[in-house]
Design a protein around this ligand. Structure first.
Ligand SMILES: Cc1cc2nc3c(=O)[nH]c(=O)nc-3n(C[C@H](O)[C@H](O)[C@H](O)COP(=O)(O)O)c2cc1C
Ligand code: SF4
Length: 509
């Protein structure tokens, strides 16, 4: 019997290790031959630990399985059981997705190069190796892929700048700092399908003429760091990395670097400083990292998901990828649904679903069963959307048009008990704590922001115009998006939930 239990950190947090030990012990007790494969996550975090059993019809699953369920699962011969969820790939949350970037994640053994190749891996790099750098860059540009780290900058245009730059050395830097609240797509793909990221980075290297790459992974991701390290060794041994990529005359190698533990180290120039061993402080632009990045050399800095999407684009072609999506948001996006929600997890789909469809139809509404009050989209710098904006389609321009952002596509859901004044205060406090200190609007403004929200809470009527003015200054005067975007959560809370600010005043009176 072959059993799959995820090795993903979210599954582990829910008890996957204990489950593996219990299955091993029970199989030994019964003298039954059981192979346990530690796959990546399917993204259905609400079902973890999810135990899957291979059957001729496909993998059948058992959800939220505890170690104490194991004897009864063996008794039932992994058939009829209260924890049975049927064929895993028929579960609507999984079945209705369009899995391009995450095609293998949760299905294969993350460290099996054989499975990776059997399931379509390496095809993208093989094709890239037949093309010139300019042709690869054109393919990526034509695909419409935009950076998934938050800013949504067209990946092909960034690559073109690095490709055309003249230098003795160029670099590919993968941003795996993933500091946004509610986000875990980078971690999930690194733990569940690390070769796809390595392949994407190798293609980037071939495209722009870079022979060296770094993955900067946040220190809070020990599992991802371990899987990536192991995967790099296998990639070198099998020719996916090295002096002769898949037997060609192109070279590319890469290393894992562990992050310094600050949110701002996810900002690309701060990350580059950190990678160089300096304090993680933001650099003024220009010069662009594409021209003077790591060690002053032309550098592609891309998010994990941007790079991990390159292999499918090179394999299936730009036209195939750009066919998904809406407006200028092409392809698919891994939505990360979290907070107070019934079905939390990762859902890869084409851009264009409305926020309401994501929260209610896919997420199933709140976990508490109470009405949804707000959804923060795009991490700690994203706006709080009320239910009256649930008809907003998920896309870069569509969210920007409603004074919001999609960021790294993390969604945090709040029920009607959330106090939006407290959330506005939290946004300012977060900025004050995480500010790198380089520019005044952010360094001083965020501290004043906390004080001003406290004044509003205490019923001071003169404080609201000051808060609005402060947000205006931070938005226009900050050097990077940490100070520049903190006004989004603050002002969206003020605009969409005025009662929470008025109530505080009443309470004070
Ligand atoms: C404060 C701050 C934190 C950021 N954190 C991340 C992060 O954790 N991961 C990420 O990919 N991009 C992050 N970014 C965006 C990066 O600066 C950069 O735009 C991105 O890595 C470029 O890759 P992409 O074009 O593939 O998105 C952050 C930006 C700011 C201002
Ligand atoms: S906005 Fe904040 S984090 Fe960004 S450079 Fe200025 S002080 Fe640093």
């Amino acid at each position: 019997m072959t059993i799959y239990i995820s090795r993903d950190a979210a599954a582990k947090a829910c008890g996957a290790e204990e489950l593996v030990a219990a299955v091993r012990a029970e199989a030994a007790k019964r003298g039954q031959d059981v192979t346990i494969i530690r796959n990546g996550s399917r993204g259905m975090v609400w079902l973890e630990p999810l135990l899957e059993v291979a059957t001729p019809a496909g993998r059948t699953g058992f959800g939220m399985v505890g170690a104490d369920d194991v004897p009864s699962l063996f008794d039932a011969n992994f058939g009829d059981h209260p924890k049975a969820v049927g064929l895993v790939e028929e579960i609507p949350f999984f079945k209705n997705q369009t899995r391009l970037t995450f095609a293998r994640c949760g299905r294969t053994d993350p460290l099996s190069m054989l499975e990776y190749e059997a399931e379509g891996g390496l095809k993208g790099l093989r094709r890239a190796l037949q093309l010139t750098g300019a042709e690869i860059v054109k393919e990526v540009t034509d695909s419409g892929l935009r950076g998934r780290g938050g800013a949504g900058f067209p990946t092909g245009i960034k690559w073109k700048t690095v490709h055309e730059a003249q230098a003795d050395q160029k670099y590919i830097v993968c941003n795996a700092d993933e500091g946004d609240s509610a986000t875990f797509a980078d971690r999930m793909i690194m733990e569940g399908d690390p070769f796809v990221l390595i392949e994407g980075m190798a293609i980037a290297g071939v495209a722009v003429g870079a022979t060296k790459g770094y993955v900067y992974i946040r220190s809070e991701y020990p599992d991802a760091i371990k899987v990536m390290d192991d995967a790099l060794k296998i990639a070198r041994a099998t020719g996916l990395l090295g002096r002769t990529l898949l037997g060609s005359d192109r070279a590319f190698d890469m290393e894992v670097r562990v992050g310094a533990g600050a949110y701002v180290c996810g900002e690309e120039t701060s990350l580059l400083n950190s990678l160089e061993g300096k304090r993680g402080i933001v650099r003024a632009k220009p010069p662009l990292p594409a021209l003077q990045g790591f060690m002053g050399k032309p550098t592609v800095v891309n998010n994990v998901i941007s790079l991990a999407t390159i292999p499918v684009i090179m394999d299936r072609g730009a036209a195939f990828y750009r066919d998904f999506g809406l407006g200028r948001s092409r392809g698919t996006i891994p939505l990360q649904i979290a907070g107070n929600v019934k079905y939390g997890g990762l859902y890869e789909t084409a851009f264009g679903l409305t926020l309401g469809e994501i929260v209610n139809d896919i997420g199933g509404g709140t976990f508490s069963g109470r009405p949804v009050k707000a959804v923060q989209v795009g991490g700690p710098l994203g706006a709080y959307f009320p239910t009256s904006l649930f008809d907003t389609p998920f896309g870069y321009e569509e969210f920007a048009g409603k004074d919001g952002l999609i960021g790294h596509a993390g969604l945090t859901i709040f029920d009607d008990r959330a106090d939006m004044l407290k959330m506005a205060r939290f946004a300012m406090e977060f900025c004050a704590i995480e500010s790198c200190g380089k520019c005044t609007p952010c360094r001083i403004g965020a501290v004043r922001g906390v004080e001003t929200v406290d004044r509003i809470a205490a019923g001071d009527p003169s404080a609201m115009p000051i808060l609005k003015d402060l947000c205006h200054t931070m938005k226009l005067g900050s050097l990077c998006a940490l100070g520049g975007f903190t006004p989004y959560p603050v002002m969206s809370a003020v605009t969409h939930f005025p009662d929470d600010f008025a109530r505080s005043k009443e309470a004070a009176e």
